[in-house]
Design a protein around this ligand. Structure first.
Ligand SMILES: [Zn+2]
Length: 682
């Protein structure tokens, strides 16, 4: 479902891997000993120098493999050409993904800086490879007729990706594309760093200004000597303010800081990003970056992405109007004659409507969602669904003492490893995302991945009581994790893991969110942190009903982001005024007006990582709703359908087009019926 918290909808991301060399995204880049290995990736790494050394060794190995591939004199075969090519990818994939993670999460600045340098080198290697005519000719000369279907598909897709990268352009053009790609890595790093390190705060004059906020929130925020209380804009501090603070001025000040993270620094960075991408698209033969980046997606081109956004906007109109009317009516109880809702009032009044009309107070579920219990519950639920078990890996080397390592087992065999870095920390990536670390290859290396979140908890004495929205975020990211790890048994890196079309990637993650609204699922783990009483069925029923309220406005908010993401990339960048666009789309799609002086684009990390394709969330949601319709809502933990889903959708990874995976599961192409039914349900 779309995030019920109207302010939080951009906070989930999947960091995609570089496995498709297709030009698409330079920041897609994704550390350890050289070659296939199943040791934890942080083994032997202790500082910036050892990290850089390990990564350089991998890149040097990739270079050696590439030279061997090119030196082949005999007839080109899968074994002497595609195998070394994929082994080159194995190294770049590991270096790029590990550098991306480390630059986002490592507590020490020198290590983060080293990781940024490594990312630049990996990006440069990948860009050069994607434009290497000799490698393309070698792959293009392969006779794959006798190969298995996966290998044939992989080869076809690889050749297409080389074309998209511009391999058939002249030398000067390819050099220019390569230079732009290298520059884009730097620009993307600047963009992310400016978001990560903009540590804004809002000051409440006294505890009285926190009126309405939960008791544990107030306990966590003790006044300083003069009585003032400092709040950060990080999620555990800011989101409760939007929903619960009775003090409108506090909410407004928080809204202004929250929507100016990265401003003004990222305005110029963003302009550079748009210009460089537009130039790449033009050089490779596309009219815009939006057309270029959609060419390898399910949606196929920018025009269809735009039509999809229009369709979603139209479908959500009537319910969005009803929801707005309910918000306004509630506000009029406080302020008779009010005719508008300000952006910083949306979550607050939505909360009050849910209380009054649905008898649901979102605070009432938090005692059932202590972080550790939810974590164990998620392991148990996904274990039952997907036939796997989880085992803590004590003593595994990690980048921060707060990080936990686990093994994933199936049939008694370790099939993957993952890391949980779940709570806020200074200078850490401040959204929620899954970071692939290493792609699985059958009989050679198990996959590794990390979840990086900013959820409550992690401090001594704090039970980490989560909102339902937090629980949903945890399930969402875990959905990416399961996809990455369960798809980790293929013979080629390039089609293993989540190397599927990017506009399908958010389907498995959004699917798993569904289980957070199911009574029997919740009752397996959502137990009161003090009394151990399971969450009452009628409370879940009221929560589920209340979750129907605000959906359409949430969808409209998503379409503001989707339209912004597409529009900044579908025209001449010289004509793009990002602030004017946000204003236009906000005022067009939402009943709450754009707030002058806000610049959400400067912390909209997706403009780098997803570029023009933010629509993918809703596109994937349409598919997720359709796939979920196959499950029996009265028996969501029933194993047979879940096993079919695992085997036909998750495990294949990128070894087939996403549309084929969906067809294998549904027995037909996906349609909008289940999504529309969900959207219009009151
Ligand atoms: Zn996601």
């Amino acid at each position: 479902m779309a995030s019920p918290s109207l302010t939080a909808s951009t906070r989930r991301a999947a960091i995609l891997v570089i496995a498709h060399l297709a030009a698409a995204s330079p920041a897609l880049a994704q550390a350890a000993p050289t070659g296939a290995t199943s040791a934890p990736f942080w083994t032997g790494i202790s500082d910036a120098a050892s990290f850089e050394r390990a990564m350089s060794a991998r890149l040097a190995h990739a270079k050696t493999l590439l030279d061997q591939l090119l030196a082949v004199q005999r007839a080109r075969t899968i074994a002497n050409t595609l195998r070394p090519y994929d082994d080159v990818l194995l190294e770049i994939d590991a270096v790029a993904s590990q550098a991306q993670l480390v630059q986002s999460v490592h507590p020490n600045e020198p290590v983060r800086q080293a990781a940024e340098r490594v990312s630049q080198k990996a990006g440069a290697f990948a860009a050069e490879l994607s434009l290497n005519r000799k490698v393309f000719d070698a792959l293009n000369g392969l006779d794959a007729k006798a190969a298995d279907a996966e290998t044939q598909y992989y080869l076809r897709r690889t050749l297409r990706d080389f074309h998209l990268a511009g391999v058939d352009k002249d030398e000067a053009t390819r050099q220019r594309v390569k230079a732009l790609r290298d520059e884009l890595v730097l620009v993307g790093q600047d963009f992310d760093r400016n978001i990560r390190t903009d540590l804004r705060t809002v000051t409440a004059a006294s505890a009285a200004e926190l009126d309405g906020l939960p008791a544990d929130y107030i306990n966590r925020h003790k006044p300083e000597a003069g009585g003032a209380i400092k709040l950060t804009i990080d999620y555990p501090d800011s989101l409760p303010v939007f929903s619960f603070a009775k003090n409108e001025d506090l909410r407004k000040r928080m809204y202004m800081e929250y929507n100016n993270r990265g401003y003004p620094k990222n305005m110029e960075v963003l302009s550079k990003m748009l210009a460089k991408r537009a130039e790449i698209a033009r050089l490779v033969g596309f009219s815009s970056w939006a057309d270029y980046i959609t060419a390898d997606k399910m949606v196929e081109n920018a025009k269809q992405a735009s039509a999809f956004i229009d369709r979603v906007v139209a479908a959500s109109g009537p319910k969005a109007e009803r929801e707005f009317a309910a918000l306004l009516k509630r506000k009029q109880q406080d302020i008779p004659g009010a005719t508008a809702i300000n952006a910083w009032e949306r979550s607050y009044y939505a909360e009050l409507v849910r209380k009054a009309s649905y008898d649901f107070d979102s605070q009432s579920v938090r005692p059932y969602f202590a972080f550790d219990r939810v974590k164990q519950g998620l392991f148990d639920v996904t274990g039952r669904l997907f036939g796997v078990t989880f085992r803590p890996l004590a003593g595994a080397p990690v980048w921060d003492p707060a990080v936990e390592a686990y093994e994933l087992l199936s049939g008694g065999q370790v099939i993957g490893r993952f890391y949980l870095d779940m709570h806020p920390r200074k200078d850490k990536y401040n959204h929620a995302a899954e970071f692939p670390i290493r792609t699985g290859v059958t009989a050679r290396q198990i996959p590794e991945a990390a979840l990086v979140c900013n959820l409550p908890g992690g401090q001594a004495g704090d039970p980490g009581l989560m909102s339902h929205d937090d629980v949903e975020t945890f399930f969402h990211e875990f959905g990416h994790l399961m996809h990455t790890l369960l798809a980790g048994r293929h013979q080629w890196v390039g089609i293993s893991g989540i190397s599927t079309e990017q506009d399908f990637v958010e389907a498995p993650s959004q699917m798993l969110e569904e289980w957070t609204l199911d009574t029997s699922t919740l009752q397996t783990f959502a137990k009161h942190f003090e009394t151990n009483e399971p969450i009452p069925a009628d409370l879940v029923a009221r929560m589920r009903r209340a979750s129907e309220f605000g959906k359409a406005l949430g969808v409209r908010q998503q379409m503001v982001y989707a339209r912004l993401s597409l529009s900044v990339y579908d025209r001449d960048p010289a004509s793009v005024d990002t602030t004017a666009m946000i204003k236009e789309f906000t005022n067009k799609y939402l009943p709450t007006a754009y707030v002058e002086g806000t610049h959400m684009q400067t912390s909209f990390g997706h403009l780098d990582g997803y570029s023009a394709v933010y629509y993918t969330y809703m596109w994937s949601l349409v598919i997720a709703k359709d796939m979920f319709s196959q499950f029996d809502r009265n028996q969501l933990l029933a194993p047979a359908i879940a096993a079919k889903y695992r085997d036909t959708v998750l495990a294949p990874g990128g070894s087939k087009p996403a549309a084929a995976l969906v067809r294998d599961f549904l027995g037909r192409p996906f349609d909008f019926a289940a999504w529309e039914a969900w959207l219009n349900r009151d």
